[in-house]
Design a protein around this ligand. Structure first.
Ligand code: NDP
Length: 290
């Protein structure tokens, strides 16, 4: 188990890397930082961090090396310059990317004698170090166990398994669910606004139902998809589909985009035609590929 005296190196001092380094510094870790463009470490330097001239020099300073760069192209470039200096270190890569990129970086780390932990950050930089920050981790269980207390200083931390890609699976899925739901939310706000109703008040009511009413529905849908059995959540598809033409016409009459609702109706019709009209909304999952 690490303590607040564990020295840490942070490579990358953009918005997020700076927040990470700042959090560790405030917790009392001897912190070494490096950034491609010189100057970004100045404030951290004034606060007590050691600013290195090269990434390799920064890596040599600490047993725990945290990387947070724009993307994996940047990670590959920076790690190529670090080379064997990484041997014997725990390398924690908090750069966002795909599971495949995480697994490739894990192989690079293994070839260079380092333990690899991949991570995803679900938080804005100012939330780092608070309970509003959520981080997913996967890769070397041994290294995670050794540095768990330190990593928890960044926020709520969950370890998803020894496959280095799993943290990214969680991260990508959380980002995707956000986009999928929020684009539907934006479409609906367009509809509410077009009818002259108060969008902010409507949003408040949706927020309340998300905390209450939708919660059991999300859990029920997750279970239905896992089990491959789709009970009539939100009512049977045959009943839900009967409303769809009105719903689409209403949108169209207000000039609100109907693409996603047409897609929903198409999927419902397809499931009903295949004899699944007594199943619930979760049943559409069967048509989503994979
Ligand atoms: P910034 O754009 O603020 O910083 C990018 C960092 O990457 C800088 O340090 C930059 O260095 C460095 N960089 C880019 N390309 C290269 C390269 N080829 N070689 C070396 N260094 C390079 O991004 P953030 O800090 O906001 O994001 C970092 C990671 O954190 C991303 O993967 C992002 O998805 C993730 N993240 C960010 C969130 C946010 O709200 N900001 C939220 C959740 C995750 P230089 O200063 O020299 O340009």
């Amino acid at each position: 188990m690490t303590t607040t005296t564990t020295p840490i190196t942070v490579l990358g001092l953009g918005q997020m890397g700076s927040a990470i380094a700042g959090t560790f510094l405030e917790s009392g870790h001897p912190t070494t930082v490096w950034n491609r463009t010189a100057g970004k470490g100045e404030t951290l330097g004034e606060a007590g961090a050691s600013v290195s001239a090269t990434a390799a020099e920064a890596v040599r300073a600490s047993p725990l090396v945290v990387v947070c760069l724009l993307d994996y192209e940047a990670v590959d470039e920076v790690l190529a310059g670090v080379g064997d200096a990484i041997a014997g270190k725990a390398l924690v890569n908090l750069t966002s990317g795909s599971p495949g990129r995480a697994r490739t970086t894990e192989r690079w780390a293994a070839e260079h004698g380092a333990d690899y932990i991949d991570g995803g950050i679900m938080a804005d930089p100012p939330d780092l170090g608070t309970s509003n920050a959520f981080l997913s981790y996967s890769g070397s269980r041994e290294a995670f166990d050794a540095h768990e207390a330190t990593l928890r200083e960044l926020g709520n931390s969950t370890f998803y398994g020894s496959d280095a890609g799993l943290a990214s699976v969680e991260f990508m899925a959380q980002v995707a669910i956000g986009y999928e739901m929020l684009i539907g939310f934006l479409h609906t706000l367009r509809l509410v606004q077009a009818e002259g109703a108060d969008v902010a008040e409507f949003a408040e009511r949706v927020a309340e139902s998300m905390a209450g009413g939708y919660r059991p529905l999300l859990s029920a849908i997750g279970k239905a998809v896992r089990d491959g059995e789709f009970p009539p959540d939100m009512g049977p598809l045959s009943v839900q589909a009967a409303l769809m033409d009105d719903l689409i016409d209403h949108r169209r009459s207000l000039g609100v985009d109907v693409t996603r609702m047409r897609e929903v109706k198409k999927l419902m019709d397809e499931r009903i035609a295949a004899g699944h009209g007594d199943e619930g909304f979760s049943s559409l999952f069967a048509l989503l590929g994979g």
